[in-house]
Design a protein around this ligand. Structure first.
Ligand code: ZN
Length: 164
């Protein structure tokens, strides 16, 4: 069983966080145990072979234009997801665009009047151009007009790694 090659980031505490793309189990690996600093290879307990490139740059940011939907209410989000099966990209109900994504977070542009405040926590779903649907709990770090800078709460960037 093989999985796509991942790109993973070394976090502030020198930890590499990954989520097995097959079974979604989360793992934390100290960067110091890697024999080859820039590659990680291993087998998950589920049997999936995981291969990743390790990125040491602290902030990598990619400009994007992805339809997103955020909600403070997880049940509402679940309902929105179900409208079109599991896909959000064609979702007429999108309420934001993801305008960039970085290692630790993203910036969204509201498409509706909003009352987002710093330290708000909400759920966000969006779809990468590859079709992968990303769902994350995020915390708001700054707000400027219709834009909000947000940080992923758990910081496990497997799918984000696939994007960037
Ligand atoms: Zn696994």
């Amino acid at each position: 069983m093989s999985t796509p090659r991942l790109k993973l980031f070394v976090h502030k505490d020198n930890i590499i966080k990954l989520r097995c793309p097959n079974c979604l189990e989360k793992k934390e690996i100290p960067a110091s145990v890697l024999k080859n600093k820039y590659k990680l290879k291993g087998r998950c307990r589920c049997g999936a072979f995981i291969e990743a490139d390790i990125e040491y740059r602290r902030s990598y940011r990619k400009e994007t234009n992805l339809a997103g939907y955020y909600s403070y209410d997880l049940e509402e989000l679940e309902r929105v997801k179900m409208l079109n099966g599991e896909i959000i990209v064609n979702l007429k109900l999108k309420n934001c665009n993801i305008i960039n994504i970085s290692t630790y977070g993203l910036r969204l542009k509201n498409l509706i009047p909003h009352e987002i405040k710093v330290d708000d926590v909400f759920h966000l779903i969006f779809q990468l151009s590859s079709g992968t649907v990303i769902e994350n709990k995020i915390i708001v770090r700054n707000v400027h007009d219709d834009q909000a800078g947000c940080e992923f709460i758990d910081g496990y960037g497997t799918d984000i790694g696939l994007l960037i």
